[in-house]
Design a protein around this ligand. Sequence first.
Ligand code: GLN
Length: 303
Amino acid sequence: MEKTHSMYAGLEEGNVASYIPKLAEADPRWFGLTLASTNGSTFSAGDSRQEFSIQSISKAFVYALVCDSVGHDEVRERIGVNNTGLPFNSVMAIELNAGHTMNPMVNAGALATTSLVPGESWDQKWEFIHAGLSAFAGRDLVLDDDVYQSEMETNLRNLSIARLLQSYGHIAVDPACVTELYTRQCSLRVTTEDLAIMGATLANGGAHPVTGASVVSPAVSQDVLSVMATTGMYEASGDWLYEIGMPGKSGVAGGVVTVAPGKGSLAIFSPPLDAAGNSVRGIHATAHLSRKLGLNLFSSTPR
Ligand code: GLN
């Protein structure tokens, strides 16, 4: 891990996200890596204890929790599992598909997923998300209030997406409340150590690698990983799968989690992003480790 860290620490491509003003304060040199195995052991390098907001990576885990409570077929029918080929905050993706969301890993589908979170009140729905994501991490995750406020003040686009979905009858609850809940889930703080454990839970049939506690079912883990593989890196998911060969999910704060089913998970944090909104060092370091550790799911050798 140390070697991989030093290989890419000097890579200075990409830009720190600034459309959420608070995220622009991130240090572009931050670079943390953690590898977690399904037996619970972890290996880290660099800023693996630096906290950052989970952002879009929450989409994969909230989707898992919703799948577990709503069911495989219904979620697939209501949210979709195909790539949009468009940026994560695309409105066109909704318009081009007769008002339907395409998948849960971009904002439209994630807002629709969050609208399905069970609970009588918005407090209960938040508790479901907070408790569920904390169960994946194996510790009580804390909200980054500054990031939350900063995004709430500049969140018109997500609010518009939620309203558009409501106009098509695809969000049955108040769009402003869903947007707020979604923004809150995106503002939970994690480290690469948390994310690697969260990913290793998905790699381990939904059971926490350290405690063994079941967070979601094995069938749900499998569903989430397949959607991450096709859509987790937005419109760059094809490039990602071609180079890395594993399901991954990124967020605009610079986090990226990659899952090797049955083996473990790799989490990287480095704020500078490429044009699709994926961490540049995250992509390079993950590709290197995927090759080095032979993790590509599509590789085989002749008998
Ligand atoms: N909260 C962010 C947004 O909705 C998450 C986007 C992302 O991480 N790609 O814009």
